[in-house]
Design a protein around this ligand. Structure first.
Ligand SMILES: [Zn+2]
Length: 514
């Protein structure tokens, strides 16, 4: 079996999904989970793109020890210098340089000749190698580039010190046969290619990202780039869990293995879905809610007699466990602490105290508190941005009846510390609530998307709400949980507003620093 390296870009390419904006602490929790999942390399962000990205990459590079951490960089010295400042504390600092090589990108976007593209790539790879032990060079839009030109530039950047060559299908345009053939051609044509890892990076615009990645592997690629749940620009990146499970389940056919701890897949998928607000479709391969549900009578009967009749992947393989009953009203702090430890999440004494308080409050209403509930509570606490001025919900009341006009009364604490109240009506209870909140917030708000779902099953389940708001014209996601759906909805709405405020505050901070 040959080893295929897994390069996760959930925090960079994945975070470029429309409306997704993770705070530094959320990124760190995802990074820790990716480390537990066992990815070989994680791309933590694009340090030169913003102060916020720089800080997040630095925090992750300084914290993560078992995974190589990388950051994206344009082929310019200032980007490379900034990336080094963010990444130098990493166990294995790695730089990801990119420059486009397709005629359309070189002519219209870069306004550079092919010769200039070669020169700049070579110069910047050797500049980066003075500090970074590992430098990946990506030919952006490789699948629409001329193969002979690609072969020439690859040879030169390898001589300049590149340790990984990535040929991305940036636009999701390629086909499995063509993509595989391109890698085979490079392996046969570029004389020094054996010195580096060859990497694929696929987008899913035509729904072929997994097939394209597997074809690349069959043709000599030793690194696969992608994201968990396949999130990313447009139709997303290749879903890494699908690639890993396909290689595992069909190991009779594919002689390749990855380092992933497959039973951490479900937890990784859940966390990323929770924090990004990007839901996993029920019928998604490997990780969808229905992926292990057998509906038709014939199938159910078969699975009862022998699961292998219709089940090629066991739920246990990817860490899907039936949501077993866990703690209740009489569970003590010790049992709670042990549970949190089981998740591999570290909490300070202060955070444990707060989480335990939330847990106790939940047990007043909920008889059986599940792992998912506890995980949700703990994550809320771990990812709450501290030290920033935010809107806080003080009290609220919603009046709803089939014959009355829905009315909401809300009391809010503003970022300036002032307490404000008002009441508004709406056509439904959530609308009344959101109208009221919106009239108390000075920003211009528009609701773009709204979801409510339950954490696990049961009529007393925790409610989790995700919203997307336009705040002063900018799309921002928010999430909130509570025992009650209306309260979860209020929390999600304010969470989106607060994320916008935090972003503005860090922008202002960056301006004063500069
Ligand atoms: Zn990409």
């Amino acid at each position: 079996m040959s080893r295929i390296k897994i390069f996760d870009t959930t925090l960079r390419d994945g975070e470029q999904s429309p409306g997704v904006n993770l705070n530094k602490l959320e990124k760190l929790e995802i990074a820790k989970q990716l480390e537990r999942l066992g990815v070989d390399i994680m791309e933590a962000g694009f340090p030169a793109s913003s102060e916020g990205d720089f800080e997040a990459v630095k925090l992750i590079a300084d914290t993560i020890k078992d995974t190589s951490v990388t950051g994206l960089s344009r082929t310019v010295k200032s980007d490379i210098d900034t990336a080094w400042e963010a990444l130098k504390g990493a166990a294995e600092p790695r730089l990801h340089l990119f420059l486009a090589t397709s005629p359309i990108h070189m002519e219209y976007k870069l306004k550079m000749t092919p010769e200039q593209v070669v020169e700049q790539s070579v110069n910047m790879v050797s500049y980066a190698r003075k500090r970074f032990p590992q430098v990946e060079w990506s030919a952006e839009d490789a699948t629409r580039s001329d193969w002979d030109f690609l072969a020439k530039i690859i040879e030169k950047v390898i001589n300049a010190g590149a340790t990984v060559i990535n040929l991305p299908d940036t636009t999701g345009y390629t086909t499995p046969a063509k993509y595989g053939k391109m890698f085979r051609y490079m392996r046969e044509t570029v004389p020094n290619i054996h010195k580096v890892d060859l990497s694929c990076h696929c987008h899913n615009d035509l729904g072929m990202a997994v097939a394209n990645s597997i074809s690349a592997v069959e043709n000599g690629v030793t690194q696969v780039e992608g994201t968990i749940n396949g999130i990313g620009e447009r139709a997303g990146n290749v879903a890494l869990e699908e690639v890993a499970i396909a290689l595992k389940i069909r190991s009779d056919f594919y002689p390749y293995e990855t380092s992933l701890k497959l039973n951490e897949i479900k937890r990784s998928s859940d966390l990323i879905s929770k924090l990004t607000g990007m839901h996993v479709q029920a019928n998604k391969a490997v990780i969808g809610r229905n992926a292990y549900a057998h509906e038709s009578g014939i199938h159910q009967d078969g699975v009862l007699k022998n699961p292998e009749t219709y089940e090629i992947i066991t739920p246990e393989l990817v860490g899907v466990s039936s949501n077993t009953l866990f703690l209740g009203k009489h569970s003590g702090r010790h049992a709670f602490k042990d549970k949190v430890k089981e998740f591999g999440i570290e909490l300070t004494d202060e955070q444990i105290k707060e989480a335990f308080k939330h847990f106790k409050k939940l047990t007043d209403h909920k008889k059986e508190v599940t792992d998912d509930d506890i995980y949700t509570i703990v994550m809320e606490i771990k990812t709450d941005a501290e030290g920033v001025n935010k809107y806080q919900l003080e009290t609220f009341q919603v009046h709803y009846g089939s014959t009355d006009i829905p009315t909401a009364t809300v009391s809010l604490k503003t970022p300036e510390g002032e307490s404000v109240q008002t009441a508004c009506t709406g056509k439904g209870s959530v609308e009344a609530l959101y109208n009221t909140l919106s009239s108390l917030v000075s920003e211009e708000l528009k609701l773009l998307d709204y979801h409510i779902n339950s954490v696990g099953g049961g009529k007393d389940a925790l409610a989790e709400s995700h919203v997307q708001l336009s705040v002063n014209g900018e799309a921002v996601n928010g999430r909130g949980t509570a025992q009650d759906v209306i309260e979860a909805s209020a929390n999600a709405y304010l969470n989106a507003v607060n994320r916008y405020m935090i972003k503005q505050q860090s922008k202002k901070l960056a301006e004063t620093v500069n």
